[in-house]
Design a protein around this ligand. Structure first.
Ligand SMILES: *Cc1c(COP(=O)(O)O)cnc(C)c1O
Length: 427
């Protein structure tokens, strides 16, 4: 038995499925998870000393790769003065100022501890500020595991929400209406049928939890227009896109304004951090200035702020990082398409910025239905062939591949060669 296998056997005795978050268990791809011992730059090393080029990057946070010295030094320095006080610290002010300076259309920020918490709080704020109860979300978009958002990861039906998880009450799911990604008419129908009742439309500006599905040309501007017409707030869930598509996130990348924005993943530089942000008028509705209650014992934790802020500061000294990452992702996408074609394997590769995803299908993937219609068994085989060759991809078809600024030309060439062999093995 390898050390990873031994650890997994022990883990399964003491943690549900042996993991603290389901996708880590490798159930969608078969095989057993690797336990990771350390990471440096674009590479990770498992407990058996096997090395991989990492395209998960902690699910997005590792914009500059693992163990970036600036981030580690910032954490160590802050840590030596104490881990947490439950009282305001200077770093929180700096962090909020930094986020606001990078992002269009936001004036105030509230830090929380995860993406789930950010979305849950933003939704409460949207409901509190509009006095309305219903929400529109899109099938296949993931917004964390709060009750109201665990609807429609399993069905594209444009109906009233049915919970996706045991333990979510019908009451909690009832007010979540499901629309189809890239389908403005589906949103319009719901808004018409629920006049003056929809508090907010929440969307991943690039859907990155059903693989990677880019927004079509008029989708985001169209959502903006529909929300304005119906007095609903538009929430961009930028837990993946924030600081990853561009320093100003999807609002800057696509030039579309949102009323509220949620952050997670990248914003913590590898520490558990989330945030929600918006105009002063909306954000002052939050306690202690307003009636919408939201709090957090460890929110704005100084060590977490030190890591997140150090990463955001790296953007100043690396202004070309987004071009570098996008070029790398385009290179990977182009070579994957070329290899697949040469081997006669139907493959669609969706790519936006540093995010990409190969789907084993010959049809374009523009919504959840289309993503689900791809051959996930083939993806599982592809994943395992890549792992064998030292490339660590997301252990599920419905996740993105994350390129970082630390991936070198050598990494990319190695990946392309491995992918060519893996695709050959799928024939
Ligand atoms: C990961 C994710 C979340 C949830 O964030 P957690 O930190 O896992 O709670 C919410 N929204 C989107 C778009 C995400 O990708």
């Amino acid at each position: 038995m390898t050390r990873s296998e031994q650890l997994f056997a022990r883990a399964r005795q003491v943690m549900p499925g042996g993991v603290n978050s389901p996708v880590r268990a490798f159930r969608a791809v078969g095989g057993k998870p690797r336990f990771i011992a350390k990471g440096l730059g674009s590479h990770i090393l498992d407990e058996d000393g096997l090395e991989y080029i990492d395209y998960v990057g902690s699910w997005g946070p590792m914009l500059f790769g693992h163990s970036h010295p600036d981030i580690l030094v910032a954490v160590r320095e802050r840590m030596m003065s104490g881990l947490s006080f439950g009282a305001p610290t200077a770093l929180e002010v700096e962090m909020a100022e930094k986020i606001i300076s990078l992002t269009p259309n936001i004036e105030m920020v509230r830090m929380v501890n995860s993406g789930t918490e950010a979305v849950m709080s933003a939704i409460r704020l949207a409901r509190g500020a509009t006095g309305r109860e219903k929400l529109i979300k899109f099938a296949g978009c993931y917004h964390g595991h709060s009750d109201a958002m665990l609807v429609g990861a399993g069905s594209g039906a444009l109906t009233q929400g049915e919970p996706d998880s045991a333990g979510v009450t019908r009451g909690a799911a009832r007010d979540t209406l499901l629309a189809r990604y890239n389908d403005l008419a589906s949103v319009e129908r719901l808004l018409e049928a629920n006049r003056d009742e929809v508090a907010a439309v929440i969307v991943e500006p690039v859907a990155a939890n059903m693989g990677v599905v880019p927004p079509q040309e008029d989708f985001l501007p169209g959502l903006r227009r529909l929300c304005d017409r119906h007095g609903s707030l538009l929430i961009f869930d930028e837990v993946i896109t924030g600081f990853r598509l561009a320093a100003g996130g999807a609002q800057a990348y696509f030039g579309v304004r949102a009323d509220l924005v949620t952050y997670g993943k990248i914003i913590g530089g590898g520490m558990p951090v989330g945030a929600y942000a918006g105009s002063r008028r909306l954000m002052e509705q939050v306690a202690p200035t307003g009636p919408v209650y939201q709090a957090g014992t460890l929110s704005g934790n100084p060590v977490a702020m030190a890591a997140g802020l150090a990463q955001l500061q790296l953007l100043d000294s690396h202004p070309t990082c987004y071009t570098v990452m996008e070029t790398a992702a385009q290179y990977l996408a182009a070579h994957l398409r070329e290899s697949a074609q040469r081997h006669g394997i139907p493959l669609q590769v969706n790519q936006v910025g540093s995010l990409l995803c190969p789907y084993f299908t010959d049809k374009p993937v523009d919504c959840f239905e289309a993503a689900k219609a791809s051959d996930t068994k083939k993806y599982a085989k592809y994943f395992n062939e890549m792992l064998l060759r030292g490339v660590y991809l997301a252990p599920s078809q419905f996740e993105a591949m994350f390129v970082s600024a630390a991936h070198t030309q050598r990494d990319l060439a190695f990946t392309v060669k491995a992918a060519d062999e893996a695709l050959q093995a799928l024939k």
